[in-house]
Design a protein around this ligand. Structure first.
Ligand code: 9D3
Length: 237
């Protein structure tokens, strides 16, 4: 999998992909991640990446030219119909469909080349959406100052789903969310800390009982904090 990030703040990404699973996936060449400065694709002497909105209004809009030039450089075309198979051009924007585990899974399964366009300012010239974007994605209902933190979220969630990205000790199939509910509580040594005991069952060695306890705690936690995840689950609602 190849991932390219287009941004006006390349320095933002300086070390963020150098840790843990993403670092290992890069070192083993499961994924290649490149960050590109949109300014490098400007041709005017002021290297202008943004301009004022037609029709008036506050803020600046990311211009077409550098984004089209960058996408053309990476895909050899300026029409999404002509992208090589497995190419996805994602515009990170508050107007997108919400990023979910299922979206991460779909991209991990189907995409060979993902290009992430990080929006900034008030937005991106709509012709980018019309001609180039295959997926417009938001990471949630809160206001960010740009798409860069969202790009990091996508890279992380997608990379760890690539076959062999996780060590053999763990598996994406065991993840919270892959079964649609939250995780149970976890404990490690010591068994008592400042008067707080680890639940007896976890020390019992009875794996059937431990399994039942974990399932019950996961369900309780989900019911408490994320009722919405339980709709459609048997015995709920
Ligand atoms: C405050 C300005 N907003 C309305 C007048 C529009 C707006 C434009 C650009 C709000 C935020 C942004 C910058 N955000 C992103 O580029 C972004 C984002 C987000 O804000 N929330 C959730 N997901 C994403 S993905 C990209």
């Amino acid at each position: 999998m190849k991932i390219d990030v287009l941004t006006i703040f390349p320095v933002f990404f300086k070390e963020v992909f150098d840790f843990g699973i993403i670092r290992r996936a890069r070192l083993t060449e499961l994924v290649e991640i490149n960050v590109h400065d949109l300014r490098e694709f400007t041709t005017d002497k002021h290297r202008m990446v943004d301009d004022r909105p037609f029709g008036g209004g506050d803020g600046m809009i990311l211009k077409c030219e550098p984004i089209f030039a960058a996408i053309e450089n990476l895909t050899k075309t300026d029409e999404r119909e002509n992208y090589p198979p497995g190419t996805r051009v994602v515009l990170l924007s508050p107007q997108g469909r919400q990023f979910k585990q299922a979206v991460a899974q779909e991209l991990a399964d189907d995409a060979k080349h993902i290009i992430l366009i990080c929006g900034r300012y008030e937005g991106v010239d709509e012709r980018v959406n019309d001609a180039l974007v295959t997926d417009e994605i938001s990471v949630g209902d809160y206001v960010l100052s740009g798409g860069e933190p969202a790009a990091v979220i996508l890279v992380d969630a997608i990379t760890r789903l690539l076959p062999e990205a996780l060590g053999s000790e763990t598996s994406a199939a065991n993840d919270s969310f892959s079964n649609g509910i939250l995780d149970c509580p976890h404990y490690t040594r010591p068994p008592e800390f400042r008067g707080r005991q680890v639940p007896e069952v976890l020390l019992s060695g009875n794996h059937a009982e431990i399994g039942k306890w974990r399932a019950q705690k996961a369900l309780e936690k989900t019911r408490e904090t994320r009722q919405d995840l339980l709709k459609g689950v048997d015995s709920e609602q």
